[in-house]
Design a protein around this ligand. Structure first.
Ligand SMILES: C[S@@+](CC[C@H](N)C(=O)[O-])C[C@H]1O[C@@H](n2cnc3c(N)ncnc32)[C@H](O)[C@@H]1O
Length: 217
């Protein structure tokens, strides 16, 4: 990553309350390089420039740090090139993280990146969200997604894998609060409720973002 992208990552993360040491910065740089290298051959992401990756993939993913803790058992559903799960695995080395995507080449990239980065408690699984209860057969206390699906569809897939006191977190952009309101009915039918809606701005760009946290009634 170039110097500006490193600054964007460190200052953007600091604004979200996350400290990026020089050692972590080197890991994020390595991840950005691998993403760019693989993206030239296989389509992983439309976000390709250094500064864009630093802001729209890394800083954006790190906004979840306020709702995730290092000892969580986390599942990222529809993780694509590894977001938000890989930045979280870097910042929380003890996080147990399982990443799922329906596109195998994306999962192969994530396994490669995690190996290079030394993410010991990270597992990438090629599967469709609909098949997860059969494929995974385990439970998580934090199930997250970014740019994945509408809230009820995501919640329906996550529900069988959620621990009793766990929460589901959808990362949304502008209009997230309205989407959360509209989902209250379908969520109630599943025994779920919206426990928190956090609206904030992405550092530097000022783009609107919303974290929607959902739990059992
Ligand atoms: C728009 S991308 C978002 C990727 C990543 N979360 C991000 O924010 O950069 C949506 C991802 O969800 C995956 N996906 C879509 N439907 C899925 C399903 N039913 N089960 C698992 N993955 C799915 C796609 O393959 C794609 O990688």
């Amino acid at each position: 990553m170039n110097a500006l992208a490193c600054r964007i990552l460190q200052e953007g993360a600091a604004e979200l309350g996350v400290a990026i040491s020089d050692e972590l910065l080197a890991s994020f740089s390595l991840l950005a390089n691998e993403l760019q290298k693989w993206n030239r051959k296989i389509n992983l992401t439309a976000i390709t420039g250094d500064e864009e990756i630093a802001l729209k993939h890394f800083v954006d993913s790190l906004a979840l740090c306020r709702l995730v803790s290092g000892d969580d058992e986390l599942l990222d559903l529809g993780s694509g090139g590894g977001f938000p799960v890989l930045p979280l695995a870097l910042v929380f080395p003890d996080l147990t993280a399982v990443s799922v995507d329906a596109v195998e080449k994306k999962i192969i990239f994530q396994r490669h990146a995690a190996r290079l980065l030394g993410c010991r408690r990270f597992e990438a699984v090629h599967a469709r969200g609909e098949d997860l209860p059969r494929v995974l057969g385990r439970r998580f206390n934090r199930i997250v997604s970014r740019a994945f699906s509408d809230i009820p569809t995501f919640a329906r897939m996550a529900l069988p894998l959620l621990m009793p006191l766990g929460t589901i977190i959808a990362m949304k952009g502008k209009g997230g609060a309205e989407e959360a309101d509209a989902a209250r009915g379908p969520l109630a039918e599943m025994g779920l409720t919206v426990v928190r809606v956090a609206e904030y701005r992405l550092p530097f760009s000022g783009d609107a973002r919303t974290l929607i946290e959902i739990g059992f009634y």
